[in-house]
Design a binder for this molecule. Structure first.
Ligand code: FE
Ligand code: FE
Length: 260
C-alpha cells in the first residue's frame, strides 16, 4: 500500500491550498496568543474524554485513512505495543499523539487543526506538500519572511521556530502547561514535531538545527513509522481488552484531568 501520495484536484489538494494561503506568520501569532493562557481557557477534561471525542473526528488532510481518529489512536498504540510491549510511555504517546485535534470542539476550522506543518517567518521550504500553493500565501512576498533566515538565527534550534498552527503545537502546549502527568520531554517533542514533514522527512530547515536536534528528529522518525503504517492495519478491531489496557495506562500516566 502506497502512503502519502498527494495528487492534484483531490480533497487533500483543496484542503492544503486553503491552509497554505491562510497560515501566515501573523495568523499563527494570533493563534498562539489565543491559546497561551490555558489556565483561563474553556474546559477541564481527562485524556480519556479527549480520546472519546475523536470518535466523531475525521482528518480530511489525510489521504490514507477513512476511519475516525479514535481508531487511529488505538491502532497506532497497538502497533507500538506489538513491537515494544514494555515501553508503556511510547504506547501512551501513540495513543494520545493526535488528541490536539480536540481543537475542532472549540470550533477551529480544519486548517488550524490538521495537516503537515511548516515554518512561518522565513522562506517556505520546497519540500512542503503542494508547494505551489504556498505562492498564494502573502508571506511568500514579504521582505523579511521570504528570506532564507527570516526572523531566525542560524542554528537557533528547532524549538525556536514558529510552525503553522495545529494539533501538534496545541497538544504540546497542553502537556507543558499541565504538570500532573508522567509523560517526559522526549515524548512531548515527538508530539510537537510529528507533522513537521518538511523537516523530519524533507530534510529542510537544517540551517536552524542545534546540537541535539538530530536526536529529536530520529525520535520523531522512529515514531512516525507507527503513526503512518498503522493506517495499513485495515483488519483492526477495537476489543474490550484493548480498551481496558489503555484505560489503565491513561489512569497511570494522566491521573488528573487537564486544562485545555
Ligand atoms: Fe497527527
Ligand atoms: Fe496520527
Amino acid at each position: 500500500m502506497e502512503l502519502r501520495t498527494y495528487t492534484l484536484d483531490t480533497p487533500q489538494y483543496h484542503f492544503y491550498s486553503v491552509l497554505h494561503k491562510t497560515q501566515t506568520y501573523e495568523y499563527v501569532s494570533n493563534k498562539l496568543n489565543q491559546y497561551k493562557d490555558l489556565g483561563n481557557v474553556k474546559i477541564e477534561m481527562s485524556m480519556g474524554r479527549a480520546l472519546n471525542l475523536m470518535d466523531s473526528f475525521l482528518d480530511i488532510s489525510d489521504p490514507d485513512t477513512k476511519t475516525e481518529n479514535s481508531i487511529h489512536a488505538y491502532q497506532t498504540a497497538e502497533r507500538i505495543r506489538k513491537q515494544h510491549p514494555d515501553n508503556h510511555e511510547l504506547q501512551i504517546c501513540g495513543l494520545i499523539h493526535d488528541l490536539g485535534k480536540v481543537l475542532f470542539v472549540f470550533n477551529e476550522p480544519n486548517l488550524a487543526v490538521v495537516g503537515d506543518t511548516y515554518v512561518v517567518g522565513c522562506k517556505f521550504a520546497e519540500s512542503i506538500v503542494y508547494f505551489d500553493t504556498m505562492k498564494e500565501n502573502p508571506d511568500f512576498y514579504h521582505p523579511v519572511y521570504s528570506t532564507e533566515y527570516g526572523i531566525y538565527q542560524p542554528g537557533c534550534g528547532i524549538e525556536k521556530l514558529t510552525l503553522s498552527f495545529g494539533h501538534d503545537e496545541y497538544l504540546y502546549k497542553v502537556l507543558k502547561y499541565n504538570q500532573g502527568h508522567k509523560l517526559s520531554d522526549k515524548y512531548l517533542n515527538i508530539i510537537r514535531f510529528h507533522s513537521f514533514y518538511p523537516w523530519h522527512t524533507g530534510k529542510d530547515y537544517s540551517r536552524f538545527m542545534k546540537p541535539g536536534d538530530e536526536i529529536i528528529m530520529q525520535d520523531v522518525l522512529d515514531f512516525n513509522q507507527f503513526d503512518l503504517y498503522s493506517k495499513t492495519d485495515t483488519e483492526f478491531t477495537l476489543t474490550d481488552e484493548i480498551r481496558m489496557y489503555y484505560k489503565n495506562l491513561l489512569n497511570e500516566y494522566f491521573p488528573e484531568p487537564l486544562k485545555w
